[in-house]
Design a protein around this ligand. Structure first.
Ligand SMILES: [Fe+2]
Length: 203
């Protein structure tokens, strides 16, 4: 099934990045949508001769499979990121705060770990709930498709690719991370917590 890009626009509530940085970023997002649609079409119409030649080193089919997860994760992660940016609360309320305090022993502990996770990431920093270990985790992805954990539910997403901040912040990634932490839309994060009934985990 082909997908349509979501039409994100820069709004005054977005303070972590400026309009130029935001608009350039959107172009990359739209390219990922275009790529996954092209790959999906190609997989549907591909002849079986290409499938018979599939191997782990090279070839057209392997390229499609690598591109499939990279482009689709690129779309999903960017949408989650753009949605959870744009808020004025530096701290969340009720359900998400209880969850963070339960697993990290305090909001500041979680915040320090999230900042470190972001600084250590070449791609993405993600707060997720991992269902196998039943833990809240800050995880680090070096690329869209490198570092994801199966069964984890994404709650808060930060893009740490240089394209996300370099135009505005240069090499000062910590300023970008802290600006993001002060501009999280915690209502969106809370909706994700509620969607998966994660508040039950602290009871
Ligand atoms: Fe990005």
């Amino acid at each position: 099934m082909l997908i349509n890009p979501i039409e994100f626009t820069f709004t005054p509530d977005i303070t972590a990045v400026n309009k130029q940085q935001f608009d350039e970023h959107l172009k990359l997002y739209n390219n990922y949508v275009k790529s996954i649609n092209e790959i999906t079409n190609e997989l549907v119409t591909l002849n079986n001769e290409e499938r018979e030649k599939a191997n782990t080193t090279n070839g057209y089919f392997r390229g499609l499979k690598r591109g499939e997860t990279y482009a689709l994760d690129g779309v999903i992660l960017h949408e989650l990121y753009f949605y959870n940016m744009g808020g004025i609360k530096s701290k969340p309320d009720c359900s998400i705060l209880s969850l963070i305090e339960h697993f990290y022993g305090g909001f500041e502990n979680w915040r320090a770990d999230f900042i470190a996770t972001a600084k250590a990431s070449r791609g993405w920093a993600i707060l997720c709930y991992e269902q196998r270990t039943k833990m809240l985790r800050n995880i680090s992805l070096d690329a869209h498709d490198h570092g994801d954990i199966m069964m984890s539910l994404p709650l808060l997403i930060l893009d740490m690719y240089e394209h996300a901040y370099f135009m505005q912040y240069g090499t000062n990634k910590e300023s970008y991370i802290k600006a993001f932490l002060n501009n999280i839309n915690w209502d969106i994060v809370r909706n994700r917590v509620n969607l998966w009934h994660l508040d039950e985990e602290t009871k």
